[in-house]
Each structure stands twice: as structure tokens, then as C-alpha cells.
Write a protein that binds this ligand. Structure first.
Ligand code: CAA
Length: 291
């Protein structure tokens, strides 16, 4: 099964990164969103990120222009009917993903593989509501997509081998590495990463350390490229909380209970970098800790 044309649904943080790497690898990309403004911003972001790669000699200016020409933005979901592989990277809410699949499915060709970039929702459950559970799986990129080497490939209970192999071949063509994960809450990376981030928030909540000392400790004491609170802001505190809730509900173990301070930040709308404030305030020249 040869994949040539790829549909990406959702042009936010993850979707624009996915379109970026797919186009650089030579795939034709249809990038879909419901907002023209989001699509315009996504194309500008992809250009900016590619220019950064050109300036660091990672790619040539010709490769950048060729890749940008391979990306077609579209507001019409049914346009994705012409693709061989669809990666859904819309809002991390099951009802939203469900509505997108319901609208898209009648337009898809029989051979098209349907995947979700979900970081924690059950692949088996999403697949069961489509007409192609055997051609459905999880295709989970890490943020920032152009930089991070890993892609988690998650098989639902019904996913067949040709589908898995076709997705693994795409990951290889991207020059990235695939990790195969079984379909249990939050898969591998977030099953391990989110409890660490949640524990960092508890460490702050209980006054063991300040935002700055917690982040510095993990950067200098454990060689992490970002401190856990800085990373939480980067991922989005709403996403972190949603994943903790999936772990808590799905595994029914109190060790996954989300820290009340994380809930409070989300309730305040302080969701991290994307809203200008989280564990740090990003509205000035330099990020300033908010506690
Ligand atoms: N597009 C293209 N290139 C980018 C980029 C982007 N969006 N962001 C950074 N880069 C490139 C830079 O150009 C630079 O390239 P060179 O090595 O060629 O010079 C390189 O990445 C490093 O960037 P910087 O020098 O600007 O900054 P840095 O050294 O501080 O690294 C970082 C930034 C790569 C984000 C690093 O801090 C990091 O690895 N942080 C941790 C990220 C992480 O853990 N991500 C996973 C989150 S979990 C997840 O995504 C799963 C989920 O479901 C929630």
C-alpha cells in the first residue's frame, strides 16, 4: 500500500508540525481546519520554522520552497477524500474527533488509512465507531514535531498488519523512529511523562520548591532539556490535565489523581504559552514565574 497523499485535520500546534515534516519528506499534504485564520497562521508558522532550519543548514532553501508548494490548505473536510492516509490532529476532545470522523468517512476511499494523533484517547473506541477499524490506528507525534525523533504508533484491537506496516514506512520516510505501543490509557510517553509533570505540580503545591527551583533541579540534576513546569506550559496545562484524567479514570488508581493546583490553573484559563500565562508569565520579554 503506497502512501502519496496525506490529509491532516487541525492546523494547530501539532497539525502544522505534522504538515511541515510530511511535506519535507515529499508527501503531498492537504491541511484542513475550520478556521481560515488558523490555516493562515499555520502556513506562516511552517514557513518560519522551515526558515529556521534553512538558516541552520538543516535543509536547503529549494527544499523549503518545494515542501511549502506541496501543502494545500483547505476549509473543506471532504477534500481529504482524495488522500491515502489521514492524520486527525484536532482538539483533544472525543466528541470533536467523533464528529469529524462522521463527516469525513462517507468521502474516504476504501484503501485510505485513518489515524488520530490523540495523546490519550482509546484508539479501539475511536476505531469502533468508524467503517474501518482494521484501517484505523494511533499516529502520535511529539511536540515540537520537526525536532522530536519519536512517533508512537498505537494499534487498536482490530488494526491489521498492512495498516501498521504502512504507517511505520511513513515514519521511516520522515527519518523518525517509531515506537509501537499497545492501546492502554496514554500509551507510553504520556503514561510516564505526565505523572512526572503532575508530581512537579504537587511539589510546587506542597511548597517543597518554587517554580524556578523545581525546573532548575530537573534541568541541572536530571539533564532534562526543559524543567517539568516549563514543559507543562509548552504542552498546554489543559492537555496535561486531560491526560491525567484519562489515566485516573482509565486505570482507576489514585496515584494518577491530578494535582488540585493544576486544575486551578486550567480553571483560570492559564493554560501555558498558548494563552500567555501558566506556571510562567510570557507576556513580557522574559518568562516570569507565577508562583
Ligand atoms: N521547528 C523546527 N525546528 C525547531 C523548532 C520548530 N518548531 N523548535 C526548535 N527547533 C530546532 C532549532 O532550530 C534547533 O535546531 P539545531 O539543533 O539545528 O540548531 C533545535 O531545534 C534546538 O532549538 P533551540 O536551540 O531553539 O532551543 P533548545 O535547545 O532550547 O531546544 C527544544 C528546544 C527542542 C524544544 C528542547 O527544549 C526540548 O527538547 N524540550 C523538550 C520537548 C519535549 O519533551 N517534548 C515532548 C513533549 S510531550 C508530547 O509532545 C506528547 C504529548 O502528547 C503531550
Amino acid at each position: 500500500m503506497e502512501i502519496r497523499k496525506i490529509g491532516v485535520i487541525g492546523a494547530g500546534q501539532m497539525g502544522n508540525g505534522i504538515a511541515h515534516v510530511m511535506a519535507l519528506a515529499g508527501y503531498d499534504v492537504l491541511l484542513n481546519d475550520i478556521s481560515e485564520d488558523v490555516l493562515d497562521k499555520a502556513i506562516a508558522t511552517i514557513r518560519k520554522n522551515m526558515e529556521r532550519q534553512v538558516s541552520r543548514d538543516r535543509i536547503t532553501a529549494e527544499a523549503m520552497e518545494a515542501a511549502l508548494a506541496r501543502i494545500t490548505p483547505t476549509l473543506t473536510l471532504s477534500d481529504l477524500g482524495a488522500t491515502d492516509l489521514v492524520i486527525e490532529a484536532a482538539t483533544e476532545r472525543e466528541s470533536v474527533k467523533q464528529a469529524i470522523f462522521d463527516e469525513l468517512l462517507p468521502h474516504l476511499q476504501d484503501h485510505t488509512i485513518l489515524t488520530s494523533n490523540t495523546s490519550s484517547i482509546s484508539i479501539t473506541r475511536l476505531a469502533s465507531r468508524t467503517d474501518r477499524p482494521e484501517k484505523f490506528m494511533g499516529f502520535h507525534f511529539m511536540n515540537p514535531v520537526p525536532v522530536m525523533q519519536l512517533v508512537e504508533l498505537i494499534r487498536g484491537i482490530a488494526t491489521d498488519k498492512p495498516t501498521f506496516d504502512a504507517c511505520r514506512a511513513v515514519v521511516e520516510k520522515l527519518g523518525k523512529t517509531a515506537a509501537s505501543a499497545e492501546d492502554f490509557p496514554a500509551f507510553i510517553v504520556n503514561r510516564i511523562l505526565m505523572p512526572m509533570i503532575n508530581e512537579a505540580v504537587y511539589t510546587l503545591y506542597e511548597g517543597v520548591g518554587s517554580v524556578q527551583s523545581i525546573d532548575q533541579s530537573m534541568k541541572l540534576g536530571a539533564n532534562h532539556p526543559m524543567g517539568p513546569l516549563e514543559l507543562a506550559d509548552f504542552i498546554g496545562l489543559d492537555t496535561c490535565l486531560a491526560i491525567m484524567n484519562v489515566l485516573h479514570d482509565g486505570l482507576a488508581d489514585t496515584k494518577y489523581r491530578p494535582c488540585p493546583l493544576l486544575t486551578k490553573y486550567v480553571e483560570a484559563g492559564w493554560l501555558g504559552r498558548k494563552t500567555g500565562r501558566g506556571f510562567y508569565d510570557y507576556r513580557g520579554d522574559e518568562p516570569v514565574p507565577t508562583r
